[in-house]
Design a protein around this ligand. Sequence first.
Ligand code: KIV
Length: 267
Amino acid sequence: MSVAPVSVATLAAMKTRAEQIASLTCYDASFARLLDTAGVDIMLVGDSLGMVLQGHATTVPVTLEHMVYHSACVARARTRAFVIADLPFLTYSSPQHALESAARLLQEGGAQAVKLEGGAPMLETVRHLSQQGVAVCAHLGLLPQSVNRIGGYRFQGRDQTSAQTIRHDALAMQDAGASLLVLECVPAALAAEISQTLTIPVIGIGAGAGCDGQVLVLYDMLGINPGRAPSFSRNFLATSGALDSALRAYVDAVRHGTFPAAAETPY
Ligand code: KIV
């Protein structure tokens, strides 16, 4: 594994070489050091911190202030992995609003890219950010910030119409300048097809093994909150016994395509 810092170019080259990208969420400096040492390629400062750190039922209460703080904690400790920070709910309601929020995550939070949820309504924002030099990770499929509108956390893209929307939005996001795409909770066949079509790396969560890489919520893959882990996750600590070996086991399983297995691929 190269110790050179990971950039969007590194991630694009990994896709070209068909080398799987290993990503985990990360919210603090101590874990950032452990993840970096284990060879994780992307540390996502996810707004899932609202649930796993703050104890909320959803990501909706997470503020930009929270995200800047946690992103800075991670970025301070990072030596190799690429750091992406989530734009939290209602902090990107217009292209200009998104740019102001992204500026804080990049300049104060030390992130290298921002992630935002949504399809067609977000295209202008993605275009604006990328034209201003901001690396953007788009997020399609299940959109946790919209839980109150959707009415729950459900797999997306299971019927032809919604699959077609996700397919179309994925290409449009790439055309608008997104550097990466996260696909959450969509059928494996759809995720694999999109990954093959797009030239930008596609990172899956609950989207099967056919993506260009995988991401999990760190606390899920360490088995914290037992009983609440999603069906597509795996407890790597249970079989490894120590944090560092659990993280290395995750990276190895992603690289070798043994995670997710069929049992961890609901659709
Ligand atoms: O916030 C988060 O952890 C995420 C992942 C689920 C992709 O967005």
